[in-house]
Write a protein that binds this ligand. Structure first.
Ligand code: RIB
Ligand code: CA
Length: 310
C-alpha cells in the first residue's frame, strides 16, 4: 500500500502515524500538514518529531492550509492537545528534517497524477487541503485508490461547542462538504464510533508502560488528553479517533460493521453548522457516497499499538 497522510498532528494523529510507520507492506509516500489541533507551524514540527522518535526514513512533508476556507468561525481548545499539539512534550529530539517547498494541495494533485489509481489517502484533520486539491484538479478523487477520513457524527453526538458537530468537520465545514461531494466513495470513522471503541484504562496503562522511546513518547504525549478524558464519566476509556481510522485502513478485516449512506454537511445551521447529515432512509434520492464504520475489533487495534510501541 502507498499511503498519503493528511494530518493536524495532535496526540492521536501521532499515534495513527506510528501505526502506519510500523505496518508491514506499507510505504508512507508523503505527509501533508493542515492547521487544526494546533497551528500549522506546530503541526509540521510535530510531524518531524513523530518521524524522529520512530527513526523513520526521509518522508516528504508538505505545508498546507494555515486556516479553514472560511476564517474566524471556530476557535481551538488548547486543553485537548496542549499548547504545542503534542501534550506539551517536555523535550524533543533535534531534527534534521525540512518541509518541502511545494504547497500541500499542489503536491497531492501532482502525486495523484504521477501514480493514478495507486495512492491511498487518509485525512486525520480538517479537510481543507483535500478540498483545495479537488478544486485544483476536478479528477483528483478519481485518481485516488481509497479515501478514508476521521470526522463527522452519525447520530448528532459531537465534541465541539456546536454540539452536533465533530471537531475536524466543525473546523472547516465547507471543505468537508466539498470533499464528500467530490469523492464518489469515502470511508468515515465518526466521533460516536470513536466513543464506542475506546481502550479500557488498564490497556492504556499497559501501553504507556512499554519501556521504549516510542512507549515513552506515547505516555508523555497522551498525559494531557488522559487527564481531560477522565473528567467525563461518559467517556468509557482512552479514545482513539485517528488511530481507529488508520487501523481500518491498514487492516480492513478489523471492520465488524459498516453501512453505506448518502452523507453531506450542514453549512448554515445556527446550532448545527458542521454537522454531517446522514440520509439513513435514502430519502435524498442521492447515491450513497460514504461507508460509515460502526463496529471494529479493538483487540486488533491494540495489537497494532503493541507492535508500534515495542
Ligand atoms: O474529533 C476528533 C478529531 O479532531 C481527531 O482527528 C483529533 O486529532 C482532532 O483533530
Ligand atoms: Ca487529527
Amino acid at each position: 500500500m502507498q499511503l498519503i497522510i493528511d494530518t493536524d498532528v495532535g496526540v492521536d494523529d501521532a499515534q495513527a502515524i506510528m501505526l502506519a510507520l510500523t505496518h508491514p507492506g506499507l510505504t508512507v509516500e508523503a505527509i501533508t500538514a493542515v492547521s487544526g489541533n494546533t497551528t500549522l507551524d506546530n503541526v509540521v514540527r510535530n510531524i518531524f518529531t513523530v518521524l524522529d522518535v520512530m527513526q523513520a526514513a526521509d518522508i516528504p512533508v508538505y505545508r498546507g492550509a494555515e486556516c479553514p476556507l472560511l476564517p474566524d468561525l471556530w476557535e481551538r481548545d488548547p486543553n485537548v492537545h496542549g499548547g504545542d499539539g503534542l501534550g506539551d512534550l517536555p523535550d524533543r529530539p533535534p531534527t534534521h528534517r525540512e518541509v518541502e517547498a511545494e504547497p500541500a494541495a499542489v503536491a497531492l494533485v501532482r502525486l495523484a497524477n504521477e501514480s493514478p489509481g495507486e495512492l491511498t489517502l487518509i485525512a486525520l484533520g480538517p479537510l481543507t487541503n483535500i478540498a483545495l486539491a479537488c478544486r485544483l484538479d476536478p479528477d483528483f478523487p478519481q485518481k485516488i485508490k481509497q479515501f478514508v477520513f476521521m470526522g463527522g457524527t452519525i447520530s448528532a453526538f459531537g465534541n465541539t461547542r456546536i454540539v452536533t458537530a465533530e471537531f475536524n468537520v466543525h473546523c472547516d465545514p465547507e471543505a468537508a462538504y466539498i470533499v464528500l461531494d467530490a469523492f464518489p466513495q469515502s470511508v468515515m470513522l465518526s466521533w460516536e464510533t470513536t466513543m464506542q471503541h475506546a481502550f479500557p484504562w488498564e490497556q492504556y496503562d499497559a501501553l504507556a508502560a512499554i519501556p521504549t522511546a516510542a512507549g515513552r513518547f506515547f505516555r508523555d504525549t497522551s498525559r494531557t488528553t488522559r487527564a481531560l478524558l477522565q473528567r467525563y464519566p461518559q467517556v468509557p476509556g482512552y479514545l482513539l479517533p485517528d488511530p481507529l481510522a488508520m487501523a481500518i485502513l491498514l487492516d480492513p478485516d478489523l471492520i465488524q460493521a459498516s453501512s453505506q449512506h448518502y452523507v453531506t454537511v450542514e453549512l448554515n445551521g445556527r446550532s448545527t453548522r458542521g454537522q454531517t447529515v446522514i440520509d439513513y432512509l435514502g430519502l435524498h434520492g442521492r447515491e450513497p457516497n460514504v461507508e460509515i464504520i460502526t463496529g471494529l475489533d479493538t483487540g486488533g487495534v491494540y495489537a497494532m499499538f503493541e507492535r508500534a510501541l515495542s
